[in-house]
Design a protein around this ligand. Structure first.
Ligand code: ADP
Length: 648
């Protein structure tokens, strides 16, 4: 496992880590974003961007706890960013808290920074052939080793303040001691295991890891008394983490040498400076370069303070302590420590895909044409072309392209609708075949019987007439089914004109009123007198209300009340067809409107009435709802949009 890894069950495949990763060291496979150790520089950008915490840095808590339980003395060395990481808590209170955890001594890396700065001072005054790139930021060193190996010779062959401090302790102060660095940087974990500097830092705790250890033991630094730091005394070395800290401590004035000294903090500036170095364009003699905006912006500082505020806290502490210092810095005492180091070429040659492979991927995501390449960045890559290259390399998937995914989903939805339609069509064909086959089989049977009677000697007039009447009834049933089907399937757009709904209902009642009378159904009209007209096909609406009214009357075989109510609300004309009939049982509620669903006895219903109503109202951009209670009655409500200029 590398220094940063993915908790796979938590990864949501949002590609935020791909977007934030400056070196694209994230491989997405089957939607899960994993870290590629060979490319990762442990900058920790992905840790803070992953809102659900699926990206984690390797914790050294267990290693440190184990070391604290052993006889060797354990010394903590604290990053100078401490005042910014724990605002409101005095560094000396942290010393006390650390001692409670079991550390024997607590020192500051600031002294290491002072030693290192002396080396840089010497190096800068030498007349070196090659421009020098500072090598104090472990993420930047790793970045150059992995991505700009041609600049390795430009890296200052000087250890970082942390490693310098480790050497001070291990090589001179107390060779028995175990050294734990505590700071804001994940890349320090990688640095401590780098073959070139290995053996002086035994473990690295980030500030959040320290907080976790303190919380586990119930230690609250805020309630601790002050305890003194130990080890060699630093002075301005505490300014190391603030931008320009190295130059300030070294005592080099950036004003005079400003064209020769460049400070590049943050990966974007850093990359453009490195490119200039590679192209040989630069006039810079010394490039002080950091992956983050200085260590004060390190990924493992767990608060929302601005960088200005963090800078203020660090500078205030450094100046305050420098003022109080009684003795001279111990730099002379440790001047003999070897602070040199070497670097390793860790470049991984990534395969360069052929143009036709890239085009093939672009074609798959419909981004072959330049004008289709929106470069939206949703996939995490800066351009569609970069994504295509990553797909060719097997570290990305075409599903990461958001516009392509949306297009595909749309296609899938259309496919679902098509399948749904085909299924309904199939069901309907089967129902029609069944509905028409039965009467036709009857007709066929009576035809054969009749033929037998006529050709034989058993011909009887009444019996034959009876057969003919049965055939007529079956044929007329077929014809009714076909008529209803045609209504249901009518695809023609309605012939729209301004229609008075009250008038439509009057017309319907004129046709079906006698049936209501026959069945002892009282008809009540509750018509709105200020009903706006609607843009509709008069004949089709007549069909809608005929079907609903007939159903209502048929639901009241013992008589009852049929209320036809019109009203207007929110620019909508509504019509209620309310009966006091048998009601619709629960199990049938969602079958209503399904073609050929009927509960009526053979010959009375074909089960297309409500389906026809739905079809027509839908074509008028209206809506149908119904409410029903068994034994109490049913109300169908039709909503139709009122025409703007149709009032009155
Ligand atoms: P059909 O009238 O030919 O049966 P419909 O599609 O018009 O076909 O109606 C389907 C079924 O819905 C009816 O058979 C009946 O069971 C039920 N239904 C429709 N309207 C009412 C109503 N007002 N009251 C009770 N049941 C109804």
């Amino acid at each position: 496992m590398g220094f940063i890894f993915t908790i796979e069950e938590q990864c949501q495949g949002c590609y935020a880590c791909v977007r934030s990763c400056p070196v694209k060291a994230i491989k997405v496979k089957e939607g899960i974003a994993r870290v590629m150790d060979e490319l990762c520089v442990a900058c920790g950008y992905c840790l803070n961007i992953c809102a659900i915490g699926a990206k984690q840095a390797r914790s050294d808590i267990d290693v440190v706890s184990q070391l604290l339980g052993q006889p060797s003395p354990v010394i903590a060395i604290l990053s100078s960013t401490l005042p910014a990481a724990f605002p409101g808590i005095r560094p000396k209170q942290i010393v006390s808290a650390l001692k409670k955890l079991g550390f024997n001594e607590v020192m500051e890396t600031a002294f290491g920074a002072e030693l290192v700065c002396c080396e840089y001072g010497r190096s800068l005054t030498e007349n070196r052939e090659k421009p020098v790139i500072s090598s104090a930021c472990p993420a930047m060193v790793s970045f150059i080793e992995k991505f700009y190996p041609q600049l390795i010779d430009n890296l200052a062959p000087i250890v970082s303040p942390t490693v310098a401090m480790g050497r001070v302790i291990k090589w001179q102060y107390n060779p028995e001691a175990k050294v734990i660095f505590i700071g804001p940087c994940v890349a320090k974990k990688a640095e401590s295991e780098d073959e070139m500097v290995k053996g002086v830092i035994d473990a690295v705790l980030t500030f959040p890891e320290l907080s976790e250890m303190l919380a586990t033991k119930g230690i609250e630094p805020l309630s601790e008394e002050d305890e003194e730091l130990s080890g060699p005394i630093p002075s301005l070395g505490r300014l190391w983490p603030v931008p320009g800290g190295l130059l300030k401590i070294t005592g080099i004035s950036a004003d005079i040498l400003s064209t020769e000294i460049v400070i590049a903090e943050g990966i974007d500036r850093a990359i453009s400076c490195l490119r200039e170095f590679v192209e040989g364009k630069t006039k810079t003699k010394f490039l002080d370069i950091f992956f983050c905006q200085g260590c004060i912006a390190g990924p493992a500082i767990d608060n929302n303070l601005s960088l200005f505020e963090r800078r203020r806290l660090i500078v205030d502490y450094a100046l305050e302590e420098a003022d109080k210092a009684q003795t001279q810095s111990d730099v002379e005492k440790y001047a003999g420590i070897d602070l040199s180091r070497k670097f390793t070429d860790r470049h991984t040659e990534l395969p360069i895909p052929k143009e036709d492979e890239i085009s093939s991927i672009l074609g798959q995501i419909n981004k072959l044409k330049i004008e289709d390449q929106v470069n939206c960045g949703a996939c995490g890559y800066n351009s569609c072309h970069e994504l295509a290259i990553a797909v060719c390399r097997g570290v990305a998937e075409i599903q990461m392209c958001w516009p392509y995914l949306v297009e595909r989903l749309q296609g899938t939805q259309d496919e679902f609708i098509r399948i749904e339609k085909m299924t309904s069509l199939g069901q309907m064909a089967a129902s029609i075949a069944h509905e028409i086959n039965n009467p036709l089989a009857g007709v066929l049977m009576y035809t054969k019987l009749l033929a037998k009677k006529i050709t034989g000697d058993t011909f009887r007039r009444e019996e034959s007439l009876d057969y003919l009447s049965k055939m007529e009834s079956e044929v007329s049933r077929c014809s009714k089914i076909i008529r209803n089907l045609l209504d249901f399937a009518r695809q023609t757009e309605p012939m729209l004109r301004l229609v008075d709904i009250n008038q439509v209902i009057e017309q319907v009642l004129a046709m079906v009123g006698h049936q209501a009378q026959l069945q002892n159904v009282e008809v009540v009209k509750e018509f709105s007198t200020s009903l706006p007209k609607v843009m509709a096909d008069f004949d089709q609406l007549q069909q809608v209300f005929t079907n609903l009214t007939l159903n209502a009357i048929q639901a009241m075989p013992e008589g009852g009340k049929l209320t036809l109510r019109t009203s207007v609300m929110d620019s909508q004309v509504t019509v209620d067809v309310e009966d006091t009939g048998c009601g619709i049982p629960k199990e049938n509620l969602n079958k209503l409107g399904t073609p050929f669903f009927t509960t009526k006895e053979k010959g009375k219903g074909v089960g297309l009435g409500v389906a026809v109503v739905y079809g027509i109202v839908e074509r008028h951009k209206g809506k149908v709802t119904f409410q029903s209670e068994v034994g109490k009655g049913t109300t169908f409500t039709v909503y139709l949009g009122a025409h703007d200029d149709a009032k009155g």
